[in-house]
Design a protein around this ligand. Sequence first.
Ligand code: ADP
Length: 460
Amino acid sequence: MYIRTRLTLWFLFILALMLATFSATIYQLTRSNLLGWVNQDVRHQAAVLHATIHLCPASATLCVPQLDVFNAPDIYLQVQDLRGTILASSGNLGKHTLPLLRDAVAADQVKEVSVGNMPLFVYGQPVVINHRLLGYIIAARSPQTVYVALHQLNQLFYLGVVVAFGLAGLAVWLLVRRAMLPLEYLASTATEVAVTKDHSRRLSPRGHSDEISRLAYTINGMLQALEDSYQEVQKVNDLQRHFLIDMSHELRTPLTVMLSSLDLIKKVGATDPEFQASSLERMQVEAERMARMVTQLLILARSDANVTAAHEPVLVRDLVADICRQRHPTDGVPTLECRDLELLEGALVWGNPDYLKQLFLILLDNAFKYTPANGRVEIVGSLHGGTVTITVADTGIGIPSSDLPRIFDRFHRAENARFQSGAGLGLAIAQRIAEQHGGKIEVESELDQGSRFIITLPLL
Ligand code: ADP
């Protein structure tokens, strides 16, 4: 059922209740007032008549005056003695007699009885003269005019209630319909947005700033949020697609190198032991690269699932020195210098050695990746109070200042780094590892001058 129908029905129900209560109260009040007045009048007529009755001087009977002097068409009077003989009655009674209701007389009450099919309010009063009961006055009055008036009032109420009901219902229906129009407009526009999938479309609130326009603004806010999340999801989807392409490419390259090396070893390896040794070494490098990449993916997946690796005390110096040793100088890559590592002698951190190694390797790999062959990469260690700091610096391409704030976001890659393959995950993982160890990574960089990544870890 429509809201407007429900509202109208509710309104009519309440109106009906109010009108019925109001009409019934007015009717009852009027009825009891008018009948009370008839009641009083009957008593009054009896009292006036009583004052005129006296004992006849010659006999001990009652002398009753001419009753028609109290003439009024709807007042009936009758005087009777104790034996019930009617001594006098008003002319409008004709041949009817008024009944003497002894119980009502004893209780001094006015009773409604029917005399010759005519309803009458009857009141009987004893006639007592010189302390002697000599007879009764019976006064009656017809309530007919009162009943007619009440009947008309009743009809007026019925008519009034029906008319008021109809008019009010119509007025409420129209008003509610008018009030609902902006809502219908909002609903149809929202439906259009849903059907056309045009997320950029907005509702335009009409008229005053009321609840409905507030609703329109709220829906607009919701649409904006939906559009933002939709675009965010699209972006993540794009990034993941690129990530998959990059990852497959990254994994395929070392595999191709390894396969061709194996092929060559098979063909000429037996005859050329030197070539065999260098091929095996190349394969090892590629296999290590692949293993690193897979480890990175694993770390990311685990940190997303909030799985923390087992921690133990780790000697930072040994860890960094190991990495420096692995990176022996080769042709076509920048030089690597590891300085001041002796300052880290005995420095222990609480962490996972594999993850920490991964963290330094990511930064070192990046430094090599984004630094030209004639450049320089250095790793410097230092201790400050309760922390150990390792700086990985290079003289490479640097990071544009506009990219610096987002450099640790997943999949984010600066424009000037696109010449190298990569998925934009390394720094996100490195930062995650540092945070998991209670530390942090900061970056300073200048375009075409070089970058400096500073890792700070709390000492055990
Ligand atoms: P990837 O290197 O695979 O692109 P990373 O998360 O390791 O992903 O790095 C994100 C981005 O940060 C890189 O694409 C590059 O733009 C920038 N970056 C990281 N390290 C360096 C660096 N040493 N020199 C210049 N740019 C860097």
